[in-house]
Design a protein around this ligand. Structure first.
Ligand SMILES: [Fe+2]
Ligand SMILES: [Fe+2]
Length: 332
């Protein structure tokens, strides 16, 4: 079996009838890898006409997009390049590994828990597959941590959420924020040359998967809210507002990661918001980083059917900041 033998999480325990997608028994050859990579970045519904949010066609296109763009890579066959000691030390010192592993663990559990409550079989399968992919991200990280001798704090035990919808909304909107900044930071890391290209390439499919995840989330949210009665819709919008308030509170640093001993954790909950200095050695200003995040966000979404909705809030806020900063000539 792939992955950490002590990690017994199974999506099927929370989503009745879920079957993991088929994966090749061995690694893919270069031609197959290139084809899988192309497939995961491009998808178009062959049927014409609008995809009205909330309609069966919209749900069907969303779920097919997610299924058809699945990339069958196996973490077990990923190459971990041998690193120069200085590069290895830089990677080990990044303050993200505990948070990254725990975030993937939380995401898989919350997505699977919410998927298990859905009656629509297409959406249930899509969200369960998303949970399975988070599990695979955790597996990739576990292998990286083992390959480079990174020490992790003990993982707190995660329990299924009491309110699966709230937990899924928190995870989904979190991914919308983190992925937007991660796209830019990832491009910065690639350009800076501080990390070996082979290592950056290993994480490229993971990054594109996060793009698919938030594309699925944005369309699930639009589909879900369009089908609610007036009163349920009001309740849902209040919940969404509370989720954004919670995330804003968390991200401005009022919430500090607390380790198992109750002390403030040295790991960085907000790395995606201010990690530029860690992945590039020249000074990167807020505006330049936001512009790069926007460009990367557009590039990663460009291959998917334009009738599917994109996450809008974070790119809009970024554009607003850039517009407000322009008269001051604030470019760095
Ligand atoms: Fe993930
Ligand atoms: Fe994700």
């Amino acid at each position: 079996m792939d992955g950490d033998a002590t990690d017994t999480f199974d999506v099927a325990r929370l989503v009745h009838g879920f079957r993991p997608p088929p994966q090749p028994a061995t690694g893919l050859d270069d031609v197959q890898l290139a084809a899988a990579d192309r497939r995961m970045r491009h998808w178009r519904d062959p049927a014409g006409g609008p995809l009205v949010p909330g309609s069966d066609r919209h749900a069907d296109a969303t779920c097919r997009m997610f299924r058809d763009t699945f990339n069958p890579y196996r973490p077990a066959v990923l190459d971990w390049p041998v690193l120069e000691p200085a590069v290895r030390d830089r990677i080990v010192a990044l303050p993200i590994w505990d948070i990254a592993v725990q975030t993937e663990g939380k995401a898989r559990l919350r997505m699977a828990a919410y998927a298990g409550t859905l009656r629509d079989p297409g959406m249930r399968d899509a969200l369960a597959l998303n949970a399975w992919e988070e599990q695979r991200h955790k597996d990739v990280l576990a292998r990286l941590v083992a390959a480079y001798g990174i020490e992790l704090a003990p993982e707190p035990v995660q329990h299924p959420p009491r309110d699966p919808e709230w937990a899924y909304l928190v995870t989904g909107y979190s991914e919308c924020i983190d992925s937007f900044f991660a796209f830019g930071l990832f491009a910065l890391a690639r350009r800076s040359g501080l990390f070996p290209p082979a290592l950056v390439d290993t994480f490229e499919p993971v990054m594109q998967e996060e793009c698919r995840h938030i594309l699925l989330f944005a369309n699930w949210a639009a589909w879900h809210r369009a089908r609610l009665s007036f009163l349920r819709r009001v309740r849902f919008e209040a919940k969404v507002a509370a989720v954004w308030a919670f995330l804003a509170w968390e991200r401005v640093g009022l919430a500090r990661a607390i380790d198992a001993d109750g002390g403030a954790c040295a790991q960085d909950n907000n790395f995606t918001l201010h990690g530029a200095r860690t992945v590039a050695d020249d000074r990167v200003g807020v505006c330049r980083l936001l512009a790069l995040c926007l460009a990367e966000n557009d590039r990663r979404f460009a291959g998917y059917d334009e009738r599917l909705l994109r996450p809008r809030t974070v790119p809009r806020l970024a554009r607003l900041v850039l517009r407000l900063a322009k008269p001051f000539g604030w470019r760095r």
